[in-house]
Design a protein around this ligand. Structure first.
Ligand code: SF4
Length: 624
């Protein structure tokens, strides 16, 4: 087999309890590499018509060939399935150590199918998977679940506590698990890893919950990491990659770049300054008290640690401790940008401690923070406009006490929580006002208003998993480049060229998701750097263009899946608010998003017909 792979994927049938082990098809590895690519191929082969909560749906937890090696930022793991929130193919990624440990434990991936009668967890060691009763864990939050499983499979309770305190940097165990949100089939229940890393978007945790899969425990030793096929070439490639990451002009530079010093929340002031901050459920584009919840202010006031992931010198995670007020005593990770926005500007809340509290609640209950922030802001707008009627007491803008009280009720599906657990779009429809759901394909938007950053408009609309910034992160060229990096800035208010820009970023990020390395790497490293590292580890010879072709192929395979699942012409859209209600804040005043024009350009570059991938394109990319 090629370097970097274990050539072993465990297919776990939760109905029968049987586990089968299969190698990785060489042709699949060539065309789809690993991580997101292989997972999407498995989900595609399983059939696009499958019901997300059916036992026939599969849930893949996949690594790539670089995962767990000494390649920088290579500790990630991808969850791929059919989404219950969007009905699309879904990939969602986590940092930490679980991906690395799965590889060290002798597997490239786990594929769960079927449905257990009683709750179970999977234990992975030495390339083998065993299933265990999880009845005693069902109903517990993710934090307690991790502690119980660490105590059960670790060296003992005391060591387990030390492991947790040290964020699993020592020792050999990782735990991935779901909380009550996934158990109760909230459509935005996620899978958590360690304590605070999430495959946040699209309902991976709900799919696990439908299968009664509570957790995956992985024991793997770093000494068992895969070695590069070409050690000498790897040393050279690794040195060059590290130099790019350390470059003081880029955001990744340890303890110097904005992404390292302040984490992703360095974006709060930057995005607000250009009038691209969705505020009050996108009724506005500028948040006055932005500084109070910015990465800079959090560093000054409540930050206590900068945790990191496997093989990452950037350490973008931000751990905080609250020492006063109603949330005193809270110690949590991580106040990152999307979540700070979701519970902050989006809900007209400038109380940083309450934001930390709500992120921690979501981590423990197993919720996607972005969707939760949108559910709450949509409920607030419904309250403001008198749409709530008999759906609970409503929620006032910025009332963080009520927000904190409501979140556990959504997990328990109690009262109005039962409706809100269905996600932003379904709940807004139930209120009779679908126009207040800021969603695409059923998934709510993240923290960039497409009236102020046009690339995000075309990006949200054409993302294969619903409104998402991470499918193609155009703000890297529209917002960050002029402030923190050496590259030239592209005007965020210009729509021309953004169709092509979105395609480029989507292909690049799909490719890094197949390699399974953190997207932060793309803020620093060149495409040639990825090609050199991939070639040295696997022993294949891939150029940057070869890797980009894989990204394009996987993006088209996802689109083909969605087309076959029923998402065809007209499924690339934005909420009308972004097209018809001009922005009012400084930086983007008077702007709307020119989606139609950008879609023409985008489809031309993609070679798609109104969002439907053509047979010629599928043949060109060797998909059919
Ligand atoms: S940049 Fe942040 S998320 Fe990415 S690997 Fe490093 S610590 Fe983890």
């Amino acid at each position: 087999m090629l370097g970097g792979y274990r050539d072993r994927v465990a297919w776990v049938d939760l109905t029968s309890g049987d586990v089968a082990y299969q190698g990785i098809d060489k042709e699949d590895a060539r065309k789809y590499i690993g991580g997101r690519g292989l997972g999407v191929k498995y989900v595609f082969d399983n059939g696009p018509q499958v019901e997300p909560f059916s036992p026939d749906n599969i849930l893949c937890l996949m690594t790539g060939p670089l995962t767990g090696t000494d390649v920088k930022m290579s500790g990630r793991i991808a969850a791929i399935t059919k989404s219950p929130l969007t009905g699309t193919v879904l990939d969602s990624h986590q940092g930490g150590w679980s991906g690395a440990r799965l590889k060290w434990a002798g597997l490239d991936g786990l594929v769960f199918k079927g449905q257990s009668e009683a709750p179970v967890y999977a234990y992975v060691e030495n390339g083998e998977v065993t299933l265990h009763d999880a009845s005693d864990l069902w109903g517990k939050g993710t934090h307690e679940t991790v502690e119980v499983l660490f105590a059960r499979h670790g060296q003992g309770a005391k060591e387990a506590e030390e492991e947790i305190a040290a964020h699993k940097r020592r020792g050999d165990l990782s735990v991935m698990c779901i909380g009550p949100a996934g158990e109760n089939l909230s459509l935005f229940g996620c899978i958590m890893n360690e304590h605070d890393r999430a495959s946040g978007r699209g309902g991976t945790g709900a799919v696990a919950g439908s299968k009664k899969l509570k957790a995956v425990v992985i024991r793997g030793h770093r000494r068992d990491r895969p070695r590069p096929a070409n050690e000498e070439a790897f040393r050279e490639a690794d040195k060059a990659a590290l130099a790019q990451i350390m470059d003081e002009r880029v955001v990744t530079s340890p303890r110097k770049g904005g992404g390292s010093v302040y984490g992703t929340n360095v974006l709060m002031n930057m995005v607000n300054a250009i009038g691209a901050m969705p505020t009050r459920n996108s009724q506005g584009t500028y948040f006055g008290p932005h500084e109070a919840i910015s990465g800079e202010r959090i560093r000054e006031t409540i930050l206590v640690n900068d945790p990191t992931c496997h093989a990452c010198p950037v350490a973008c995670k931000k751990e905080v401790e609250i020492t006063e007020g109603p949330y005193k005593g809270l110690h949590m990770e991580s106040v990152e940008y999307e979540s700070a926005w979701a519970f902050g500007a989006n809900c007209d809340n400038s109380d940083a401690a309450s934001i930390a509290k709500m992120i921690d609640q979501c981590n423990d209950l197993g919720f996607d923070t972005i969707e939760m922030g949108n559910v709450l802001s949509m409920y607030m707008e419904a309250t403001q406009k008198g749409y709530v009627e008999d759906h609970g007491p409503g929620l006032a803008w910025g009332d963080h006490t009520a927000m904190v009280a409501l979140i556990p009720k959504i997990a328990a599906r109690e009262g109005v929580g039962d409706l809100l657990a269905e996600g932003t779009e379904r709940a807004a429809k139930e209120f009779g006002h679908p126009e207040i759901a800021m969603t695409v394909k059923g998934m709510a938007i993240p923290a960039y208003d497409p009236r102020g950053i046009k690339g995000m408009g075309i990006g949200y609309a054409t993302s294969n998993r619903g409104a998402c910034h991470l499918r193609g992160y155009t703000p890297a060229a529209e917002v960050i480049a002029n402030v923190l990096g050496p590259a030239e800035l592209t005007d965020p208010l210009e729509w021309k060229g953004k169709g092509e820009l979105a395609v480029i970023f989507q292909n690049v990020h799909t490719m890094t998701d197949c390699l399974n390395i953190c997207k932060f790497s793309t803020f620093a490293e060149s495409l040639d750097s990825f090609a050199a590292q991939f070639s040295a580890v696997t022993g294949l010879t891939y150029t940057a263009d070869d890797l980009l072709k894989v990204g394009e192929r996987v993006y088209n395979l996802e689109r083909y899946y969605n087309n076959l699942a029923g998402l065809r012409e007209g499924s690339d859209y934005l909420p009308e608010r972004f097209l018809k209600e001009p922005a009012t804040g400084p930086g983007s005043e008077g702007q709307v998003c020119e989606l139609d024009q950008m879609l023409v350009e985008y489809y031309q570059v993609r070679g798609w017909i109104n969002g439907v991938v053509s047979e010629e394109k599928l043949e060109e990319l060797e998909i059919i």
